[in-house]
Design a protein around this ligand. Sequence first.
Ligand code: FMN
Length: 352
Amino acid sequence: MTTPRGYRGSLQGVVAAGAAPHGYTLALWTATAVTVSARDTPSATDALALLTGATLTYVTVGAAAHGGPGRPLARTAPPAGPVWAALHLPTAALGAVLSALLAHVLSGLLLWGLVGATATGVYLLGSAAQFRWAGSDRRPSPPSPVPTAPTRGTAMTLVLDPAAQNLLFREARTANTFTDTPVTDEQVQEIYDLVKYGPTSMNQQPLRMVLVRSDDARARLVRHMAEGNRKKTETAPLVALLAADNEFHEQLPTVFPHFPQAKDVFFTERTVRERSAALNAALQVGYFIIGVRAAGLAAGPMTGFDADAIDKEFFPDGDHSVLAVVNIGNPGTDPWFARNPRLAYDEVVSTV
Ligand SMILES: Cc1cc2nc3c(=O)[nH]c(=O)nc-3n(C[C@H](O)[C@H](O)[C@H](O)COP(=O)(O)O)c2cc1C
């Protein structure tokens, strides 16, 4: 799904960004109106009690959702679901009904404080449940093949289409089984032609790739894989060996032409080249995995293998170091291990 441009695109953006504020406005306004009709016009202190009840409830629910009052506010929108998930009628109506009941038994500051608290609490808890239920966030694992529709939380600041965000990141998984559908050289070339633009230091591009296609090569590779990686490496439609070229500096005058001396100024020592090649080719491995996902395929990267043996077997020139073996294809039966938790933003990022 692509986001339309022009007026319709703007309208979509306004509706999507306004979904939660719209619902909360309705909920609080309706609860207040119902209470006024059951009682009387609130005094200024009643209005402040409403404000206090609503604010305290908002902060309390927010702290519970974030794991504490000191945690940073999540910068994500609700899980992306269908438009109807923003149907705020049930939550606003429930808040109004509860407010009317309160107005029959209470009055004054207590009543108005509780009306603010009730409308806020019912709206937050109810609409979160509604978005959760309507979005596919509750699914245990993505369908096979990797989906292309937006189904999860969509950050408001990202400009990448939500469907692409899901395809490349949220819904993408590491596959351990594959269907028989072949992966063609054309697909691999398109993937490479996309990810070759990923940045490397001095544009050195040390990644080299060997596509393992023949039965003989597959058998020679599988015997160097760790036991747990053998079956999937035997059965994946395509296996790619991703290696660092430790002699990448020979290409520098071509790929970094405005500083042709770089080759001799920085990279005369093999150990320096190996370090730089390992870092930059590993970056390119990451770009490649994302590129595989961009092709609608699943990748199964592995480092569980005898690297020296693979280097001898597939890179007999002695100038390459295998970094990863990547199975590529469409996910097969029961393709994923359980999804493991990711570290949260504030566990990873600090500001100085
Ligand atoms: C560099 C690298 C090496 C990996 N090595 C192995 C491996 O040897 N065997 C294996 O079964 N999985 C391997 N994995 C898969 C990871 O365990 C998996 O990508 C990670 O747990 C995330 O899984 P998910 O994408 O399903 O959430 C490797 C992944 C990467 C990126």
